[in-house]
Design a protein around this ligand. Structure first.
Ligand code: ADP
Ligand code: ASP
Ligand code: MG
Length: 471
């Protein structure tokens, strides 16, 4: 009894078989809980295809987006054919799919004429997959005898206007969610809410960042004071490493909010990094479960999990990064260098993932996404033009092709020698560590290594510190 918010990710709703399985799970949970809300992603690959369609259109290509439309039509029609048994539902859904695909075609056509796609246009375009899927799933549940209604999160989640990475305005969002969803829940209607998207106060569509449906579920769950939030994906839970990199990675049965925040922040794709915050604020337990293996319990995330055994529980990596170093002997003791450096970074709208300052104050070094590196380096050079001319700062150096590898676990706070074992594992494997940082929460240690060493670094730390460390 109580309220459950569940989210299904792309692969969990990406094929006819998966959709059937997801519907079985929804119907089973609808019997267990007083109120059930479902948040859905687009079918896997659809968001990528929509973005690619729009990008190529901006470059003047009008074939790629037409190909995307054709593929999406085939995929959606097949799902409608196989899953919607009621002729009225089929007709209505086919019309809806056609409508969305026409809209996408029109957008891409305009983008091609304009020769650019703005972040704002991209949000409207890239969230079409969620709109289609919510309607499909609601119709499928109705065909199976449940009461269900598709709802666009543009009606529910009010955000700022940081397109492609919008932040919800929680008070307004809470009001809207309660006003719109509570009456449905009281009538035992299962709302199927589009993940990933929201809208500004003016009603302009925004998105919460790639992988944002997890975050949508946490927002909806928190605003409804759900008893639990469950995210359904394609692995058995949060694992000790990305199973694609480390085949013997294992499921972690229980983790704390703090540990999962670090894991997600440092690249574990299984949850969007901002998912945890709404859950912490209302102390809502979060479960990560496998749609294709629903009997397995999955991972439970809550606030009491810190004392579970194992100093390091997981190891992650973020790819595609560059390290920028501002260095020079004349920096020592000069106040404000760090503040000016990061102000120059912020002016480029880039987010800094990790900062290292040598204690002699002769260098500051930080890691940002590589796509931002040229503009950020230029901006820092402009800011420091005087110091560079005086040779107080020797140079602003950019090293591309670096990766942050992080070892995460609250237990490392009480366990001496964890860092030594992490470094030991890397030195045995002959991997050079370019930089080191330890989070002040003492819940993670992060290392900068060259991109070519990233997979080996993750595998070695996993083997030495997690698998052997637990023996
Ligand atoms: P969904 O579409 O269900 O949100 P994602 O592809 O976004 O699924 O996230 C699930 C994927 O995250 C898994 O298939 C796995 O490959 C990857 N992954 C990366 N790191 C981890 C980890 N530590 N634990 C589990 N999965 C991980
Ligand atoms: N469909 C969106 C994406 O691919 C959101 C999500 O999957 O969570 O980024
Ligand atoms: Mg995801």
């Amino acid at each position: 009894m109580g309220t459950l918010t569940m989210k299904f990710g792309g692969t969990s709703v990406g094929s006819v078989e998966a959709l059937r399985q997801a519907a079985d799970i929804v119907l089973a949970q609808a019997r267990e809980w007083e109120h059930l809300v479902v948040v859905v992603s687009a079918m896997n690959g659809v968001t990528d295809a929509l973005i690619k369609g729009a990008r190529t259109a901006a470059e003047g290509d009008d074939h790629t987006y037409r190909g995307v439309v054709a593929d999406l039509r085939v995929r959606s029609y097949r799902a409608v054919d196989d899953l919607l048994t009621n002729p009225g539902e089929r007709r209505a859904l086919l019309a809806a799919v056609d409508g969305y695909l026409d809209e996408f075609t029109a957008f891409c056509h305009s983008v091609r004429i304009l020769g650019e796609v703005t972040p704002r246009a991209m949000d409207t375009i890239s969230s079409l997959g969620e709109r289609i899927n919510a309607r499909l799933i609601a119709a499928m549940l109705r065909c199976r005898g449940a009461e269900s209604e598709a709802i666009d999160a543009t009606e529910l989640i009010v955000t700022d206007d940081a397109f492609q990475n919008a932040v919800p305005l929680m008070d307004l969002t809470r009001e809207r969610i309660q006003a719109r969803l509570t009456p449905l829940l009281e009538r035992s209607v299962i709302p199927i809410v589009t993940g990933f998207m929201g809208a500004t106060v003016e009603g302009i569509t925004t998105t919460l960042g790639r992988g944002g449906s997890d975050y949508s579920a946490a927002i909806v769950g928190a605003c409804l004071d759900s008893d639990e939030v469950w995210t359904w994906t394609d692995v058995d839970g949060i694992m000790s490493a990305d199973p694609r990199l480390v085949p013997d990675a294992r499921v972690i049965p229980i983790l704390s909010y703090a540990e999962v925040s670090e894991l997600a922040y440092f690249g574990a794709k299984v949850l969007h990094p901002r998912t945890i915050r709404p859950c912490i604020e209302r102390a809502i337990p979060l479960w990560v479960k496998n749609t294709f293996n629903p009997a397995s319990p999955g991972t439970r995330v809550n606030s009491e999990a810190e004392s579970t055994p194992g100093a390091v529980k997981a190891v992650t990596a973020i790819q595609g990064l560059s390290m920028i170093t501002v260095e020079g002997r004349g920096m020592m003791g000069v106040p404000g260098i760090a503040a000016r450096t990061f102000a120059a970074v912020a002016r480029q709208g880039s987010s800094v993932l990790l900062i290292i300052q040598a204690s002699s104050e002769q260098s500051i070094c930080f890691v940002i996404p590589s796509k931002d590196a040229p503009a950020v380096a230029r901006s820092v050079e402009q800011e420091m033009a005087l110091e560079l001319a005086r040779r107080d700062i020797e140079q602003v150096r950019v090293m591309d092709g670096v990766v942050i590898v992080s070892a995460v676990g609250a237990g490392m706070r009480h366990t001496p020698g964890v860092a030594a074992r992490v470094f030991g594992a890397l030195s045995q494997a002959g991997i050079n560590v370019i930089g080191i940082a330890q989070g002040s929460s003492e819940c993670s240690i992060s290392l900068i290594v060259a991109a070519d060493d990233a997979t080996a670094a993750v595998q070695e730390i996993h083997r030495e510190v997690i698998i052997n460390g637990s023996r």
